[in-house]
Design a protein around this ligand. Structure first.
Ligand SMILES: Cc1cc2nc3c(=O)[nH]c(=O)nc-3n(C[C@H](O)[C@H](O)[C@H](O)COP(=O)(O)OP(=O)(O)OC[C@H]3O[C@@H](n4cnc5c(N)ncnc54)[C@H](O)[C@@H]3O)c2cc1C
Length: 381
């Protein structure tokens, strides 16, 4: 399969309705169906399980292209794709328990989840959604937020806090489980088409076999590194693709716009030339950081700071690039009829995903200064 040709073709079709999806703040069900029908949703699933068998590098390139068509759709499906990619690597490493989810995805099942509770925010090491141990499984009550892809997912996965104090429960459950409901709470400024709804648990029973005590990211090993790398790198690729699309739009705009009385288009003004150079340099640095990390992790388990740095560098470069492009285009940029206005809003969500800027910088700064991540007190006095 020519993955990049597929991504280009799908991006072209998604682009035709991206503005409408954003304006209406609606979930683009037809996009998810299209991606499912064309095999995009199972790209990271091993070939022998019915998927495309693509690795992280190819998936990042494909997500970059898809986001240039509709960033919301690319971000929504990213929540499905990254988990499959990490599971595929786990299976290659002999972790046979990863097989079931890959098999389901190979058959067309869509997965999505939320690790975010209203009370615990982005702290994925805790959950304020309580899970009580009962005969044969767990009973879950509570509310989670930011569940991208909620309108389309078949299987939900997430975390809950065990009420007996034994830690975090990582669980999966079918969409039609009694007591499980999805609430459309997604009226946002950015990424309006991701359907990142709330999820309510009203006495939901999770069978023991669908739960695992202790999340894989609690110990830093090959498995948790794979999970963080697939999340961070594919997510960063989405924001990179969005910024590249904004640059193409702005460059095209100034290259063709000639004001009355000027012999040359705006692109010949020194301010535009320097702005384009700055945008180009930032995109080069973001691409290099992302793909260098993706390649280096092939034969080693990277330390957390190396992975976290990708998220920080790429999403912040994307914000800077889109803002620069916005000013290059000038007053027209704020019209909703041009795509830059939507891109400007969408890109603001990048730094909000975990690890957020503060936490990323803290991790990177500690590493740079040789301060252990768990040093106490957390701050000196
Ligand atoms: C478009 C979009 C889609 C998303 N989709 C999903 C999804 O599908 N699944 C999912 O699980 N999540 C998803 N998220 C949620 C995301 O993963 C975060 O969990 C969510 O944004 C909650 O973050 P918060 O900033 O509200 O958290 P809060 O914890 O309230 O943090 C608020 C601020 O405080 C800072 N902060 C928090 N803790 C600390 C600390 N210990 N030290 C220093 N500073 C701190 C943060 O950096 C942040 O700036 C999505 C988010 C967005 C924007």
């Amino acid at each position: 399969m020519d993955v990049m040709a597929l991504a280009e073709e799908l991006a072209g079709e998604l682009a035709t309705r991206a503005a409408d999806v954003d304006r209406d703040g609606r979930f683009p069900t037809e996009n998810i169906e299209l991606l499912r029908d064309r095999g995009y949703m199972k790209l990271p699933v091993p070939v022998e399980l019915g998927g495309g068998g693509v690795d992280l590098e190819t998936m990042c390139h494909a997500q970059r292209v898809l986001a240039s068509g509709c960033a919301s759709t690319a971000l929504a499906v990213n929540m499905h794709l990254f988990g499959l990619g990490a599971a595929a690597e786990a299976l290659t490493d002999g972790q046979l328990e990863a097989r079931m989810v890959l098999q389901l995805a190979g058959q067309g099942i869509v997965i999505g989840g939320s690790f975010t509770d209203a009370a615990t925010g982005l702290n994925v090491r805790a959950s304020s959604t309580p899970a009580e141990r009962v005969d044969g499984g767990y009973r879950i009550n509570g509310r989670k937020a930011f569940c991208s892809l909620a309108p389309a997912l078949d299987v939900f996965y997430g975390t809950a806090g065990l009420t007996d104090g034994s830690g975090l429960l990582l669980f999966a459950i079918g969409r039609d489980a009694p007591g499980l409901s999805f609430i459309d709470s997604w009226d946002t400024m950015s990424m309006r088409g991701t359907g990142s709804w709330d999820v309510v648990f009203d006495n939901v029973f999770v069978p023991e076999i669908m739960g695992q005590v202790g999340a894989p990211w609690e110990v830093w090993d090959r498995r948790s590194e794979a999970m963080l790398s697939w999340f961070v790198c594919t997510l960063s690729a989405v924001y990179l693709g969005l910024a590249e699309a904004a640059a193409r739009f702005a460059f095209g705009h100034v290259a063709t716009r000639k004001l009355t009385g000027m012999n040359h288009p705006l692109a010949r003004q020194p301010g535009m030339i320097f702005a384009a150079g700055e945008v180009d340099a930032q995109l080069r640095a973001a691409r290099a950081t992302l793909f260098d990390t993706v390649r280096r992790r092939r034969d080693q388990v990277l330390p957390p700071a190396e992975v976290v740095a990708v998220k920080y560098v790429v999403t912040n470069a994307a914000v800077a690039v889109v803002e620069r492009c916005f000013r290059m285009v000038g007053g027209s940029a704020i019209y909703r009829r041009l795509p830059l206005e939507r891109m400007f809003r969408d890109v603001q969500a990048g730094p909000l995903h975990p690890p957020t800027n503060d936490l990323a910088l803290e991790g990177l700064g500690r590493e740079a200064l040789g301060i252990p991540p768990d040093a106490t007190p957390r701050w000196g006095d």
